[in-house]
Design a protein around this ligand. Sequence first.
Ligand code: TXA
Ligand code: MG
Length: 313
Amino acid sequence: MSHTRILPADEAGIAQAAALIARGLPVAVPTETVYGLAGDATSGEAVAAIYAAKGRPSFNPLIAHVTDPDMAARIAILLPSALRLADRFWPGPLTMVLPAAARSPIASLATAGLPSVAVRMPAHPVMRALIAAIGRPLAAPSANASGSISATRAEHVARSLDGRIPLVLDAGPTAIGIESTIVAVGQDRLRLLRPGSVTAAMLEEAAGMPVDTADGGSIEAPGQMASHYAPSKPVRLGVAVAQAGDYHIGFGPVIGDASLSPSGDLAEAAARLFNLLHIADASDAPAIAIAPIPETGLGLAINDRLRRAAAPR
Ligand code: TXA
Ligand code: MG
């Protein structure tokens, strides 16, 4: 493929994106969390093209994005607890891992052959318009090369996947900035597979059942590898005072070369996280140092991403 076009996410752009997706080509589209690389979740060929563009191992399943709970119910079994969570958090940044429906049309390549399926009803109008245009669930992993920093702006996508996809729809920086919370929904308990802006406490309250957050080291969400979101240079965490050669990312009282949030606001920090990692990675500095982030609320999701960014590869 030659080079990747970026178009505004207006009516004409969405129509072009829908036409490409209908032909089985993956297109990068904004969601409220991060940009996703969307394709028809019911087409094995379209899903294979997503894996190929990302260089992603095909044992790592994809999230199926739906417009509404009825579309979700055609691909997954919505247990009562799932309905409560959908009621509270959909549309929005919550992905539920549910038992696949008996005659689910989702391509088995998208679920990596698992008996479960990850389902999310996004809030972003552009992603919603695309799903509606195709009339089927869209599989969409984050729109970045496998293992590298997620994309919160169209230019991040273009840098990571240039020449590998035909089109990026640009709707500006994403509002939330980190990927959806992933929860596995059981009859009487929930398991947090990936922390996000919907916190364990919020899930527990809405579902009226406990949330298991234990990270037993087993890879429950197959994509939750230790090394992920990885810049090309070493990353150190919890750094209040930088060393020579660091690009220092600040937070709160730690000023740094650029700050995630001078006022110490965790939502602002989440929204800026991946952009600052992209900037730090593109800088001349040989290393990246990041200020301490509190391990509470959204800080748990931010620190989860940072630990993977800093992990040995
Ligand atoms: O915010 C988001 O969730 C974004 C936007 C585009 O929607 N998408 C996203 O997709 O982050 P991805 O593929 O980068 O991360 C999805 C995670 C992977 O770690 C994958 O292993 C896990 O979801 N997953 C998918 N299906 C699963 C399943 N059946 N059981 C357990 N984990 C699953
Ligand atoms: Mg990802």
